[in-house]
Design a protein around this ligand. Structure first.
Ligand code: MG
Length: 280
């Protein structure tokens, strides 16, 4: 069995079947999936989803939380709206994330993941303590489902993330490492971050981006895999050096034909690099 199978980030919307057909055609065998919403959550719809994934030969390794009201339009809107950090929606989103963990468990998925949001680095405040407590409660709920909770990188520096993980102190919490996010948000060099997070990295997004001229204020630009500032080869070499074992999951955050073309080229690039680096 391959220790670094290829994967795709899949949104289970009306284009699900096209995405699964692409995965099958490219012989991609794993996926991260965004949590279904609304009517897609009925037991029947979940069983249909499970069958569609099975029929495509795709094993889902992570389910991601998405919350109503989140906006990735700009860095300031992310700060205001994303994850478990905004106080006004924190309690209801914690409940929602627990429901998503339960849904993942029903589908046999062993990891729930999310963007926590902009974790404050004022560590001695009540606000920070409340966020630790909230994410801790979610981690404990995941543990009850026999799951890991993966926090996706990007909105905070690696220093803040390491501090936060230590304060959480939960054995079932790890990192979903997305090197492009660190560039998009301007939060630090992704390769150095891999070296420092080391074996805390238990899943990854293979995504690429170029630095913003105004890091941490304006977005960088997401680009096709291999065309940005991550340096896919050095990223994968860094993962090898820290002993990463697990899927290499392509995330391309555009829609339509161009997305499918970019994914196809990304798969080809990852296959070449995987052969060179891991001999798989
Ligand atoms: Mg990502």
């Amino acid at each position: 069995m391959q220790t670094h199978p290829l994967g795709l980030f899949i949104i289970p919307d009306e284009h699900l079947n096209e995405r699964l057909a692409t995965a099958s055609r490219l012989d991609v065998t794993t996926a991260h999936i965004l949590a279904p919403s609304g009517e897609q959550r009925s037991s029947r719809a979940l069983q249909e989803l499970k069958h569609a994934l099975n029929d495509a030969g795709v094993e889902t390794t992570v389910m991601f939380c998405g919350f109503e009201g989140e906006s990735y339009a700009s860095i300031p809107t992310v700060r205001e709206t994303v994850g478990l950090v905004p106080e006004a929606t924190r309690a209801q989103r914690l409940d929602e994330a627990k429901r998503i963990s339960d849904m993942a468990a029903e589908l046999g998925i062993s990891v729930t993941a999310l963007h926590v949001g902009f974790i404050p680095d004022a560590f001695n405040t009540r606000e920070y303590g409340n966020i630790v407590e909230t994410v801790g409660a979610l981690a404990d709920h995941c543990a009850g489902n026999g799951q890991w909770l993966h926090l996706e990188t990007g909105q905070e520096t690696v220093d803040t993330l390491l501090h936060f993980l230590e304060d959480l102190g939960r054995p079932n919490v790890a990192v979903n490492f997305d090197p492009a996010n660190m560039i998009l948000y301007g939060t630090g060099d992704p390769i150095e971050a891999v070296q420092r997070l080391s074996d805390l990295i238990r899943s990854v997004h293979c995504k690429d981006a170029t630095w913003s001229p105004r890091p941490r204020i304006e977005w960088g630009k997401e680009v096709p895999l291999g065309e940005g500032d991550v340096g896919m080869e050095r990223f994968l070499v860094a993962l090898k050096e820290v002993g990463y074992v697990g899927p290499l999951t392509i995330e391309r955050e555009i829609v339509g034909e161009q997305q499918l073309r970019d994914i196809e080229r990304g798969v080809k690039l990852l296959r070449e690099l995987r052969a060179k680096i891991w001999g798989e």
